[in-house]
Ligand binder design. Structure first.
Ligand code: AMP
Ligand code: MG
Length: 427
């Protein structure tokens, strides 16, 4: 079966117009067009952090392996408890964590037990030490009603049952997953290969740090934001520097990127009226669409697959403006790259109350940089950061989230609920 062309994929949408493409249509085409990378690597447990799990992990053991105590206290038989009068039980031994004992409690007896200690035969409940009414050398007395049958007993397999799925393939491995894998005694983990992503900036006006800033020039900042975004996503990066707006230089760079990477991210040169060599060379090397998206910031976007000498790579030609690069990366490239990595992209939208009115025209998606904070009465509210120009990178550094105003939405009133995407999560 031959792989579908971009046109095949786009033709599934009604009214496909590359010059006025809604954000959700572009996202759909991109996600339908990219395919997960093949292959599995087996890596040591600690190296699996932030990688994508390649296979389901089935629990080889039950965790915990035995019924055990959740508290330091006394293991007892629930049936012995008297709920109308104090209960006195004889203490017949002690159980420590990691040292199972063969003591068996008969009716009227109990066993001193430490947290994690295996429940002695006959016992089904634990009273925490601090809840015992009186403790003598060889007996305890329990007031009525302070403990119920079954309290503070952890069941074998209540965390994980042997033979059941512990983690599903496609999961991005987080600290808790490392711990869970360790709790199963798993030393090496099957993960997806790391995605190799090459990136470069285009533009004759760009200068690198350390070079003099000639008249009319700007320092190349996009390569640094892209470095950060790609690294955070767990990609292996190939930084190809700044490429001049010249057909030969662009062709050489794109061909080299094809050889070295699974995906290529460029910035600049895809807008109408730019020194158009970038578009022309991209089109020459493969199946690439040039879109004008109904969004702000970041209207132009090139997407497709290019090939050179038998090697091929997905291409994301992002716009040049520094905020547009970030927004296009997060809302188009990110999900596609995660899909190539075989990862499930988590849904990130939350709802928050807008602290002020926001002007917005229906018919395009807007990504407004904003700060989510507590207002004077302790309620959460979101407020957009000052100027929202697509070249004003400060709007991103000052913000802690973005307000997403969807295509069909119009202006927002103060107090209205809006969709928000936070920049940082706990994990
Ligand atoms: P372009 O899409 O190439 O027309 O670029 C749009 C705007 O973004 C221009 O003002 C460029 O100078 C600016 N720009 C393009 N690439 C970069 C970059 N790598 N770093 C900073 N600004 C850039
Ligand atoms: Mg340019």
């Amino acid at each position: 079966m031959s792989t579908p062309t971009l046109n095949d994929v786009a033709s599934c949408l009604s009214g496909y117009d590359p010059d006025a493409l809604p954000v959700r249509d572009a996202q759909r085409i991109i996600n339908d067009f990219v395919t997960p990378l093949a292959g599995i690597e087996l890596v040591p447990l600690l190296a699996a952090l932030d990688r994508v799990l390649a296979e389901d992990i089935i629990s080889p053991i039950s965790v915990p392996a035995h019924d055990n105590s959740a508290m330091d206290g006394y293991a007892l038989r629930g049936a012995d408890l008297n709920d109308a009068a104090p209960t006195t039980l004889a203490v017949i031994g002690t159980v420590y964590a990691g040292r199972p004992s063969d003591v068996i409690a008969a009716s009227g007896q109990c066993v001193r037990i430490m947290t994690g200690g295996v429940m002695p035969a006959g016992c089904d409940s634990v009273i925490p030490q601090e809840n015992v009414a009186s403790i003598a050398d060889d007996a305890i007395t329990i007031a009525p009603g302070v403990v119920q049958s079954g309290d503070n007993r952890r069941f074998a397999g209540e965390d994980l049952m042997a033979g059941s799925p512990a983690l599903r393939q496609g999961k991005l491995i987080r600290p808790a997953d490392l711990g869970l894998l360790a709790s199963l005694g798993i030393a090496s983990v099957p993960v997806r290969p790391r995605l190799r992503v090459a990136f470069f900036s285009t533009g004759d006006e760009l200068r690198s740090i350390g070079q003099p800033l000639d008249a009319g020039c700007v320092y190349d900042s996009n390569r640094y934001t892209l470095f950060g975004m790609l690294t955070r996503l767990g990609c292996e990066i190939v930084d190809m520097g700044i490429v001049r707006d010249e057909p030969q230089a662009l062709e050489t760079a794109l061909r080299e990127a094809c050889r070295q990477a699974d995906a290529i991210v460029t910035s600049g040169g895809v807008s109408v009226g730019a020194a158009d060599h970038t578009r022309q060379i991209m089109a020459k090397l493969g199946d690439v669409a040039f879109w004008k998206l109904g969004m702000r910031p970041g209207r132009p976007l090139a997407f497709g697959r290019i090939a050179s000498d038998g090697a091929s790579a997905y291409l994301f030609g992002l716009p040049g403006n520094p905020v547009a690069v970030m927004v296009s990366f997060y809302f188009f490239a990110r999900t596609a790259l995660l899909r190539m990595m075989g990862a499930q992209a988590p849904q990130l939208l939350l709802k928050a109350r807008s602290g002020a009115a926001i002007r917005k025209k229906p018919g395009r998606t807007e990504y407004q940089r904003a700060i989510l904070a507590l207002d004077a009465s302790g309620q959460q509210e979101v407020r957009i950061t000052g100027s929202q120009g697509s070249g004003i990178l400060r709007s991103m550094t000052e913000a802690n989230c973005m307000v997403v105003l969807h295509d069909e939405q119009g202006s927002v009133g103060a107090g209205d609920m809006v969709d928000v995407i936070l920049f940082e999560g706990l994990i």
